[in-house]
Design a binder for this molecule. Structure first.
Ligand code: APR
Ligand code: ZN
Ligand code: ZN
Length: 361
């Protein structure tokens, strides 16, 4: 029987979000219904509301979530009712050219549930990133569920579903930060701070945090930054070079997603160093660089999709490391809120007041 639950809807471009009754169908083949326990408020949810992703309103928002599998459809064997899971937005297909070549973290054909959730009048909902977890229950593809240790608080575990994984993965998967490396992270929101945590975990000797907001730099220090640079008042390229013997960092992680910060990252790295772009640019942005510098500085210019993560490998590992006290995922939860507080949380996020507000059910 299809079920009626409360969910947070973005009804139209820039209209305030609101809680509405939504209909969650029974899981079909390859699908699962998950009872959501916690879901973080991410920038991408705000982008959906602002019409910055696409125009497929109404959206069911929320995608950084953890919960318990309630029911599964035919053919689902990897998860079962009762499993505590973190949801991911890149369920790998197993058969595309990336998967077949043994690189499933790049999967080019990730999938979501086939059926749609709806409003009570039958209007189909577009689930944010194929998840839609600002809801008491949601319908996803079973491959979007990764089973993890249930003793971790859902508000903490759920954050692995997006920003925290993107940042940690940008450092350890994409950037391949190694023991003794120098790393600079430009932009210290949730994603940048997670990149700092990942760099520290990987053994970076020097971690330079760059931001335009001193509050963010203070938090970055508690996350593991060894040095901070306010790029509103100090040239970040020069500062990073000074802090690295005059050369630049081995790895520079750009966690803002703007041409000017990408350019800083490009010039703040040492010869043959690596730039990782994990911040997401908007369609009108372009980049101009002297091609001779691209050649002459060598190294690698990489983008990081969702931290190039493989949820089945990385989520349980990071939960284990958190349990052992080797990383502190709880530090990313600034506040827990109710389902009706998402609009207010967007405003706080916009002001830069929070790393993550997390809706807890
Ligand atoms: N230079 C340095 N830092 C900047 C600049 C700049 N020009 N502009 C903004 N910042 C800082 C902000 O002060 C903030 O601390 O970048 C940080 C961005 O953090 P959040 O807004 O919290 O965003 P976050 O969730 O970390 O995501 C960062 O990654 O996944 C993408 O879409 C996401 O593009 C976004 C980026
Ligand atoms: Zn694939
Ligand atoms: Zn997100």
């Amino acid at each position: 029987m299809a079920q009626q639950v409360n969910g947070v809807i973005a009804p139209g471009k820039n209209e305030p979000v609101r809680v509405e009754t939504i209909i969650v169908p029974d899981p079909g083949p390859g699908e699962a219904v998950v009872q959501i326990q916690a879901c973080g408020v991410c920038h991408t949810d705000l982008h959906y509301k602002q019409g910055g992703i696409n125009d497929d309103f109404p959206f069911l928002l929320g995608h950084e979530a953890a919960g318990v599998v309630e029911s599964v459809g035919a053919g689902v064997t990897d998860v079962a009712p009762g499993d505590f899971v973190v949801l991911n937005w890149r369920a790998v297909c197993g058969t595309c050219r990336a998967c077949e070549r043994g690189r499933p973290w790049y999967c080019f054909a990730t999938h979501n549930a086939r059926q749609k959730m709806t409003l009570t009048d039958g209007t189909e909902l577009s689930a944010a990133l194929g998840i839609g977890a600002f809801a008491e229950k949601t319908l996803v593809a079973a491959g979007q569920c990764t089973k993890v240790d249930p003793s971790v608080a859902p508000a903490v575990a759920g954050l692995l579903g997006c920003g925290v994984m993107a940042g940690i993965g940008a450092a350890i998967n994409t950037g391949q930060v190694g023991r003794g490396d120098s790393v600079a992270v430009i932009g210290c929101g949730g994603v940048g701070d997670a990149a700092i945590v990942g760099s520290r975990l990987a053994g970076a000797a020097r971690i330079i945090a760059v931001d335009i907001d001193d509050r963010k730099l203070e938090t970055a220090r508690t996350m593991g930054a060894t040095h901070t640079v306010n790029s509103r008042t100090t040239d970040p390229v020069e500062a990073i070079r000074e802090l690295t013997g005059g050369f630049g960092a081995d790895v520079v992680i750009e966690a803002v997603g703007r041409p000017e910060t990408y350019q800083q990252a490009f010039y703040a790295r040492d010869l043959a160093g690596t730039v990782v772009l994990v911040g997401v640019p908007t369609p009108e942005m372009t980049l101009e660089l002297p091609l001779l510098d691209v050649f002459g500085r060598g190294g690698a210019l990489k983008s990081s999709w969702y931290g190039d993560c493989l949820p089945s490998r990385d989520f349980p590992m990071l939960i284990d490391l958190h349990q052992q006290g080797r990383i502190d995922l709880a530090a990313f939860v600034t506040e827990t809120i109710g389902l009706g507080d998402v609009e207010k949380a967007f405003a706080r996020m916009h002001e830069g007041d929070v790393l993550r507000s997390v809706v807890v059910f």
